[in-house]
Write a protein that binds this ligand. Structure first.
Ligand code: ZN
Length: 125
């Protein structure tokens, strides 16, 4: 009696070459993830968490992920880009404010210096 051959092609770990089952998520020998794009970092929770920490730098995980839907990928991409632009905008804004206050401070110092020298020239010291 012939048993139907339903076993799949042997799968080998890319890191250590150990034979693993096609259904395995991780290599039993070395622990390497056998299904890139799966796992916590590629789930919704993982991506949101990384977005909070890395901002736009979490985008590669969004696009490598095989867990979330294409619509979700687009939404995450837009959100991360918006957050990224907002961060850049805030930094530029803070920098401009600092520059303005520095100029104000330098202007005040110059006024003080001018005041002192005019007081000196009037023979007040
Ligand atoms: Zn392995």
């Amino acid at each position: 009696m012939n048993e139907p051959e339903i076993t799949q092609q042997p799968v080998f770990c890319k890191r250590c070459q150990a034979e693993v089952r096609a259904s395995d998520n991780y290599c039993h020998a070395c622990g390497k993830s056998l299904k890139p794009g799966h796992g916590f970092l590629f789930s919704h929770a993982g991506i949101i968490l990384m977005g909070l920490v890395l901002g736009p730098f979490a985008l590669p995980f969004v696009w490598i992920s095989k867990v979330i839907s294409p619509v979700a990928k687009i939404i995450y991409t837009l959100v991360f880009l918006l957050v990224g632009f907002y961060l850049v905008y805030s930094l530029v804004h803070i920098f401009t404010l600092m520059q303005q206050s520095m100029q104000l401070l330098i202007g005040n110092l110059n006024d003080l210096e001018n005041g002192l020298s005019s007081a000196q020239s009037l023979g007040m010291f």
